[in-house]
Design a protein around this ligand. Structure first.
Ligand SMILES: Nc1ncnc2c1ncn2[C@@H]1O[C@H](COP(=O)(O)OP(=O)(O)OP(=O)(O)O)[C@@H](O)[C@H]1O
Ligand SMILES: [Mg+2]
Length: 247
């Protein structure tokens, strides 16, 4: 079976700062993999290497069996299969929710305006913000904006969704709505690679949890293994800090 994502000996330098120091892992179709780890450990850089927002310095990245890092790779074609959701939503402020979900469909997939609108409405409905389709992002709550951003990614029919701390910019009472949408996507079989500090989500939804520290993967296993019974002291001390921040 072709892996949804395959990463082999991935290294990334910024100048002489080695941020990823040889990452190996795979995500199978339909799996949800949560990536956890301290600030600066390289989680975002790893995600950004999977859709080539960053160029790996060394190593190979495959998405659905196609090597993105191959010199002749059709990067745009592969990138179209990968949806990304960012901490800061990144919606266009001058476009309505509906227009935000339509624009890449029209420009990148060459869908007609009518078709893009149908797909946009379906996806805005799916994430629970159909009633906000004519609002501008500035009039939406953070949780609503993030759900529009998820709809925008889904409208491109991605084979894989990347989430980089999708709830960490949200007020606590808005986090649940976004996690519920992500949980629904997982249940529908979407392949997802999720950087998150939401341990409840990781425990309940993830098939695997990967703990990164200092640019390497320290532990990779089921949530019960990595969160429930961590083997490494680095993992244990990170989890103590995340689960008991006041302590
Ligand atoms: N564009 C860049 N140029 C230079 N250094 C960078 C760049 N992006 C990231 N870094 C550095 O790479 C390291 C890893 O950053 P990264 O954003 O991947 O960490 P992270 O695990 O996502 O952290 P956080 O939890 O704070 O989001 C950090 O030391 C960061 O300063
Ligand atoms: Mg990050």
């Amino acid at each position: 079976m072709t892996h949804a994502v395959e990463i082999r000996d991935l290294h990334k330098y910024f100048g002489d700062n080695e941020v990823l120091k040889g990452i190996d892992f795979t995500v199978e179709p339909g799996q949800v993999v949560c990536v956890i780890g301290p600030s600066g450990s390289g989680k975002s850089t790893l995600l950004r290497c999977v859709n080539l927002l960053e160029t790996p310095t060394k190593g190979k990245v495959f998405v659905n069996g196609r090597e993105l890092t191959h010199p002749d790779a059709d990067i745009d074609a592969t990138r179209r299969q990968v949806g990304m959701v960012f901490q800061q939503f990144n919606l266009f402020p001058h476009l309505t929710a509906l227009q935000n979900v339509m624009i890449a469909q029209q420009r990148v997939l060459n869908r007609s305006k009518a078709e893009a609108e149908i797909v946009a409405r379906e996806n805005l409905d799916k994430v629970g913000v159909a009633d906000k389709c004519h609002e501008y992002p500035g009039k939406l709550s953070g949780g609503q904006q993030q759900r529009v951003a998820i709809a925008r990614a889904l409208a491109m029919n991605p084979a894989l969704m990347l989430f980089d701390e999708p709830t960490s910019a949200l007020d606590p009472e808005l986090v649940g709505d976004v996690l519920a949408v992500m949980r629904k996507l997982a249940e529908e079989g979407m392949t997802m690679l999720v950087v998150t500090h939401e341990m409840g989500f990781a425990r309940e939804v993830a098939d695997r949890v990967v703990f990164m520290d200092g640019g390497v993967i320290v532990e990779d296993g089921t949530p019960a293994q990595v969160v429930g019974d961590p083997q490494q002291e680095r993992t244990r001390s990170f989890l103590r800090r995340v689960l008991h921040p006041e302590g």
